[in-house]
Design a binder for this molecule. Structure first.
Ligand SMILES: Cc1cc2nc3c(=O)[nH]c(=O)nc-3n(C[C@H](O)[C@H](O)[C@H](O)COP(=O)(O)OP(=O)(O)OC[C@H]3O[C@@H](n4cnc5c(N)ncnc54)[C@H](O)[C@@H]3O)c2cc1C
Length: 278
């Protein structure tokens, strides 16, 4: 039976320290946060893992704090937490825009930012935002914490640099100067995985923008060539040409590669032409 939970083991730590100790001593364990991705895999019969670590009780991973210019968002923050946080709304409006487009209210209430990062789908809606923000993933194990720049976190399609004895505990965002922009193109406004998703930061004053795209490559990607072209004053059409050389979209059940290429170029135009509307 595809969705059976028989013969699976569940550990339920009450503290982060216990969770890390269990991962170290009783692993391999699959972390469980909101289970919105895991349950889909279970239901499809694709979840082969047999031992799970339930993180849901670890309230310390729900904190949203600031340390000077750095905003730290706990891995267990749900999309609803992000949408309702005044500090996230004021510092990272593009993350709130992304959170509002994830699934529907049920998914927003359960799905977490840590789960979106760890799941590593190239269509994950928060991932272009974190890439454009130059975020840092905070990973913890019994040996301590390490900080991984978001640009180095993914090593391939749905592969991350996280070790099996590590949890994502937070994601840190530096102060973001300038205009933030987010746009998701999917089949419909809610409950649709993106065909293409883009986030951008435009510092203005002639500085190069930071642009990230999802669903156009095996991982979320930054567009260094496109960023440099726009930063050096190239025409939009030239930047679009560079963008099309930087992405490698595929045909799949949600869209065609050609459609994704067109949409990506159009999104770049929208982002750049929105400059007057700061
Ligand atoms: C109906 C539906 C609609 C959806 N719509 C969207 C959408 O529009 N956009 C979008 O981006 N996603 C969407 N999703 C996918 C999903 O909701 C998100 O990826 C969500 O953020 C996953 O978080 P979670 O807490 O539920 O993760 P889980 O399902 O609990 O875990 C997902 C993966 O991450 C790992 N994991 C979780 N937390 C941690 C941690 N702290 N440290 C290490 N590993 C961890 C788990 O082991 C697992 O491999 C949708 C899902 C459904 C079912």
């Amino acid at each position: 039976m595809p969705g059976s939970v028989a013969n699976r083991r569940l550990l339920a730590p009450r503290t982060l320290r216990d969770a890390l100790r269990m991962l170290d001593a009783e692993g391999p364990l699959t972390p469980m946060a909101g289970c919105t991705d895991l349950y889909v895999a279970l239901n499809a019969g694709a979840l082969k893992d047999t031992a799970f670590l339930n993180l849901w009780q670890l309230d310390t991973l729900r904190a949203i704090t600031t340390r000077g210019p750095v905003l730290s968002i706990g891995a267990l923050c749900t999309y609803t937490d992000l949408i309702s946080s005044r500090i996230v709304r004021s510092r990272v409006p593009m993350l709130v825009a992304a959170a509002k487009e994830v699934g529907g209210p049920q998914i927003q209430n359960r799905g977490t930012i840590g789960g979106n990062i760890a799941n590593g789908s190239p269509a994950g809606d928060t991932l272009p935002v974190l890439a454009a923000a130059d975020a840092v993933v905070v990973a913890a194990s019994v040996q301590g914490q390490r900080r991984v720049p978001f640009a180095e976190f993914y090593t391939g399609y749905r592969r991350t640099s996280l070790r099996r004895d590590e949890l994502i505990v937070a994601v840190e965002l530096p102060a973001i100067a300038g205009r933030q922009w987010f746009r998701k193109v999917g089949t419909r406004a809610a409950q649709a995985i993106s065909k293409v998703v883009m986030a951008g930061v435009d510092p203005g004053r002639g500085q190069a923008p930071r642009i990230a795209l999802g669903s156009v490559a095996p991982t979320v990607v930054r567009l260094p060539g496109t960023e440099a072209a726009l930063g050096s004053g190239a025409a939009l059409t030239e930047a679009q040409r560079v963008l099309l050389e930087e992405i490698v979209p595929v045909d799949d059940l949600r869209s065609t590669a050609e459609y994704r290429r067109r949409v990506a170029a159009n999104l770049l135009a929208s982002f750049w032409n929105d400059r007057g509307r700061r």
